[in-house]
Design a protein around this ligand. Structure first.
Ligand SMILES: NC(=O)c1ccc[n+]([C@@H]2O[C@H](COP(=O)([O-])OP(=O)(O)OC[C@H]3O[C@@H](n4cnc5c(N)ncnc54)[C@H](O)[C@@H]3O)[C@@H](O)[C@H]2O)c1
Length: 374
């Protein structure tokens, strides 16, 4: 099978997530990176492309979209790995030309951009994939399948948190710079950057979205324009309750994404920093440690697992699972076939949900943590 021809916007020298996307795209041999507009600075874009041995380098994503769409061997999909305010513009340019988009989260910086992008995505014949990469971990697929099968009974409690410490003080770095700037990050600071991952993960695993939330937001670092800590209470339809904590000022936490879900019959507990383990407690029985691809692994988890249990898989493999799921979807789509069974990836509706989450938290916090509908 020929690899899918992939382009990239962003991800030049000194950037973070672009390199992760390149590894994720290559891991299962499903893509070949052939073109890029890798930086907002044309000289850096060219130097970055040369370093990667890219066949075609562009100064600007508009030029790239127009020229690639005209080529017989033009890109079939593009990865968008720019800061939040630079998602909508490129996504729209490529979708309009029928080129599939694999975009990083959050969907956009503003709700107005999200709505514009949604209109174009819905009208496009191309697919839109959003890299909420944590949904790609095998034991997250396992947890989702167990909850759907009723192993926990009726859900009562959802505790989700994503804690980091790297913004505990004012930091001068490429990554911190745009994340703390409302014009480039959007309405949310920690909320948009990592809170949206927590929100998405809880929804993916439980199959439920809150109908109301109450948020207490803080900017602990003097002069910081956006939140760096968010405590959010959640109410689900049917009576389940939840709490979401997103923080970038919690010393000792690196990428502390943690999900705990409890129902009438049992509980599940998972941590991103130890992703090959899932704790399952049927109520009244000893805790059981489920391992990735180990005894008791469900088909939903096995199909996104590469190596035997005991050999760790983690962030890069989970990210690659989203790329490989996207490749399956793209190939089926281009062949005019239905999505193959079991293929799962986050998309437009997840992105819109994340934007509504951020906007609702900001609205709630302004009203002294009033309950609002997301
Ligand atoms: N899914 C995840 O786990 C995860 C992790 C980190 C970041 N992200 C998301 O990825 C995106 C990028 O984050 P990052 O930390 O890599 O940022 P970064 O600042 O390290 O890199 C951004 C890159 O975009 C380029 N860029 C900016 N404007 C451009 C333009 N007009 N044309 C071409 N390139 C342009 C910059 O030159 C740079 O190369 C953000 O939306 C962020 O939320 C996701």
């Amino acid at each position: 099978m020929e690899p899918i021809r992939l382009g990239m916007v962003g991800g030049g020298q000194g950037a973070f997530i672009g390199g992760v996307h390149r590894i994720a795209a290559r891991l299962d041999g499903q893509y070949a990176l052939v073109a890029g507009a890798l930086s907002s600075d044309p000289a850096r874009a060219a130097a970055s492309a040369a370093e990667l041995g890219l066949a075609r380098s562009y100064d600007d994503y508009r030029q790239m979209a127009a020229r690639e769409a005209r080529r017989k061997d033009g890109i079939q999909a593009v990865a968008i790995v720019t800061p939040n305010h630079m998602h909508a513009g490129p996504a729209i340019e490529f979708l309009k030309r029928g080129i599939h988009v694999i975009c990083d989260k959050p969907l956009t910086a503003t709700m107005a951009e999200a709505k514009r992008l949604a209109k174009v995505a819905e009208a496009s014949k191309a697919l839109f994939i959003l890299t909420h990469n944590y949904t790609g971990y095998p034991l997250i697929r396992q947890a989702r399948a167990m909850i759907a099968a009723g192993d926990l009974g009726a859900l009562r409690l959802v505790q989700v948190e994503y804690a980091q410490d790297w913004l505990t003080e004012a930091v001068a770095s490429k990554q911190a710079d745009w994340r703390t700037d409302p014009l480039r990050s959007g309405l949310g600071g920690a909320l948009g950057d990592i809170g949206t991952h927590a929100w998405n993960l809880a929804a993916f695993v439980t199959g439920m979205e809150p109908e109301a939330l109450a948020a207490d937001l803080s900017s602990f670092v003097p002069g910081r324009a956006l939140d760096d800590n968010a405590h959010v209470m959640l109410r689900y339809p049917g009576g389940a309750k939840g709490m979401l904590w997103a923080s970038q000022v919690a010393p000792g936490n690196e990428n502390g994404l943690r999900l705990r879900v409890y129902g009438a019959k049992g509980g599940l507990e998972w941590e991103q920093e130890n992703p090959n383990r899932l704790w399952f407690t049927p109520f009244g029985e000893p805790k059981r440690l489920l391992t990735r691809n180990g005894a008791g692994a469900l088909p939903e988890a096995q199909r996104v697992s590469r190596v035997p249990p005991g050999h760790p898989e983690g962030y890069l493999e989970g990210f690659a699972n989203i790329y490989t799921e996207a490749a399956r979807a793209i190939r089926a789509h281009e062949a005019g076939e239905a999505l193959p069974e079991g293929v799962l990836f986050p998309g437009l509706s997840d992105g819109i949900s994340g934007m509504r989450f951020v906007a609702a938290c900001v609205q709630s916090a302004k009203r002294n943590a009033a309950w609002v509908a997301p």
